[in-house]
Design a binder for this molecule. Structure first.
Ligand SMILES: Nc1nc2c(c(=O)[nH]1)N=C([C@H](O)[C@H](O)COP(=O)(O)OP(=O)(O)OP(=O)(O)O)CN2
Ligand SMILES: [Zn+2]
Length: 148
């Protein structure tokens, strides 16, 4: 299978409210996101995308628009983490992203996958689709999610 992968990075805060150790504290990470796409290679002389599954700059632009710019420098909070949400909502203009699950790297990867899958899906009529998403929380810890 021929795939392309675009890597992007962003910073975000989170906490894991029930965690047995340090991760229950408010803290942040520089997340690394890897987006892997599959699809036919475009064969069209004169087309800027000729020879590509998708131009890396377009992969990046869409990822930024729909996910990275939304999450970058935000605090990502679980919708039931009422103590933290109450505090964050008291800060004028604070960038807070509320998600339906605890913001572990597993749940963030799944949430990111669900956001980005329709963004890339068959954009050029070439069977383009999101094949895999990898989210690194630290250089040593990451989650991967692959399309069924
Ligand atoms: N399965 C998961 N385990 C943990 C998660 C998670 O999202 N999924 N998250 C955390 C913490 O939030 C933190 O991100 C990881 O901290 P830590 O284990 O300290 O990771 P480091 O890479 O910094 O660890 P080193 O031992 O310094 O390499 C915890 N667990
Ligand atoms: Zn963490």
């Amino acid at each position: 299978m021929l795939t392309i992968t675009r890597k992007l990075e962003f910073d975000a805060g989170h906490r894991i409210p029930d965690h047995k150790s340090q991760c229950r504290n408010l803290h942040g990470h520089r997340y690394t996101l890897e987006i892997t796409l599959v699809g036919e290679v475009i064969q069209q002389d004169g087309n800027s995308d000729n020879g590509m599954i998708m131009d890396f700059s377009d992969v990046k632009a869409l990822a930024r628009q729909h996910l990275v710019d939304v999450w970058d420098h935000a605090f990502i909070a679980y919708e039931k983490d009422s103590a933290v949400l109450e505090f964050l909502h008291s800060l004028p203009g604070h960038k807070t992203v509320v998600i339906k699950s605890i913001p572990t790297v597993e749940n963030l990867a799944r949430t990111a996958f669900d956001i980005l899958r329709p963004v890339y899906h068959d954009r050029y009529g070439t069977g383009l689709r999101l094949h895999k998403l990898v989210l690194h929380e630290t250089p040593n810890c990451w989650a991967e999610i692959t399309a069924d």
